[in-house]
Design a protein around this ligand. Structure first.
Ligand code: SF4
Ligand code: MG
Length: 347
């Protein structure tokens, strides 16, 4: 396995006046070079926070309180890759800035977060290139035009001089990808990058990301609540609920045989997505208040298969259910499985 990123027991907590919000609470996963992992879940599941933690972009009152984020740089010729623990670095340190600029890039739902309105798109990409590479302005400009061409901007020689407000949402999204790629990242973090776009543009952007992934052997951490997008782009899927992964699987298995009751409920909500919804309110019940986390299994207040006396008392671990799949549910726990066997499975 060609490891790029290994997250171990990551915890990001927010210390607010009303109490501690455990936004990310014991997250672990691996990501290999050139692969795509999708983090899926409702809003409030900790997906975005966990992604920002990878770049040490957690602002106060948030804090990484536990865990390691091992990043494996490209090894020297013939050598072995020596991992760097990003979680142990200070947010302002040179190491973090180097990783942020050269190794890991992030794109967001709102491209305006990546561009300043008062400079041309081209200038900003050129600046970004020159920040990481010691090249002339003319050379950087040529590269910027080439990048814009790559991401499917028509007439890039002209558009390079456009101000952001001159471009449509879809175009700006492409420019943001060009900007993110301008440092040749090994990992692209994409936080709901296509949510605001129409279906056609969304499909084009996903195609583009896959194409660029192949060219650059770039890994993608893709954050979304849209399972249609997951089916399009994921190799592996991590379903998150209240700051923890509740199911981890390869994409084919999770769609064919979801194991966790939460994943099953999410999958049942797909037809609603197809019927032209941008935001899904996927399943019965509310996400609990961030200040009052349920006892036992965090999902038990909403779970159709919950058995009281067990699910509200026992904290489920991640349990391997087959070679490619794990679920954080006591149905798969040898000590408790019997208590569930009377009930019919709910998929
Ligand atoms: Fe549902 Fe119980 Fe499994 Fe939690 S442990 S997901 S409450 S069946
Ligand atoms: Mg989010």
């Amino acid at each position: 396995r060609d490891m790029l990123l290994r997250v171990e027991d990551l915890k990001v907590h927010f210390f607010t006046d009303e109490g501690v919000v455990k936004a990310v609470d014991g997250l672990s996963y691996d990501l290999e070079r050139g692969k795509t992992l999708c983090l899926v879940g409702e809003s409030g599941s900790g997906k975005s926070v966990s992604a920002r933690a990878l770049l040490q972009l957690i602002g106060r009152p948030g804090k990484i309180v536990n865990g390691r984020i091992f990043y494996y740089p490209e090894p020297e010729e013939g050598g072995k890759s020596k991992p760097v623990d990003i979680a142990a670095l200070s947010p302002k340190s040179r190491e973090v800035r180097t990783i942020r600029g050269n190794e890991i890039s992030m794109i967001f739902q709102e491209p305006m977060r990546s561009f300043s309105p008062s400079y041309t798109v081209g200038n900003q990409i050129i600046e970004n290139i020159r920040l990481h590479d010691n090249v002339s302005k003319a050379e950087a400009r040529n590269r910027a035009i080439e990048l814009l061409r790559r991401v499917g901007i028509p007439k890039p020689e002209t558009r390079v001089d456009a101000y952001p407000f001159r471009l449509s949402g879809g175009m700006l999204q492409r420019c943001m990808i060009a900007m993110a790629l301008s440092c040749n990242p090994k990992l692209l973090i994409a936080d709901e990058p296509t949510t605001a776009l129409d279906v056609t543009t969304q499909a084009q952007i996903l195609d583009l990301m896959r194409e660029l992934q192949e060219i650059y052997n770039m890994a993608i951490l893709f954050i979304t609540h849209d399972l249609g997008v997951v089916a399009e782009i994921a190799d592996d899927v991590a379903v998150m609920y209240l700051g923890k992964i509740v199911e981890y699987s390869d994409v084919v298995t999770v769609f064919n045989q979801p194991k966790h009751p939460y994943t099953r409920a999410l999958l049942r909500s797909i037809p609603k997505v197809a019927a032209r919804r941008t935001r899904l309110d996927p399943i019965e019940g509310m996400v609990p208040s961030p200040f009052e986390r349920p006892t036992g299994c965090l999902f038990h207040p909403r779970c159709t298969r919950a058995v009281m006396g067990i699910c509200n008392e026992v904290v489920p671990p991640m349990i391997p259910v087959n070679d490619h799949q794990e679920a954080r549910c006591l149905i798969y726990h040898a000590d408790y499985a019997d208590a569930f066997s009377e009930k019919t499975p709910d998929n």
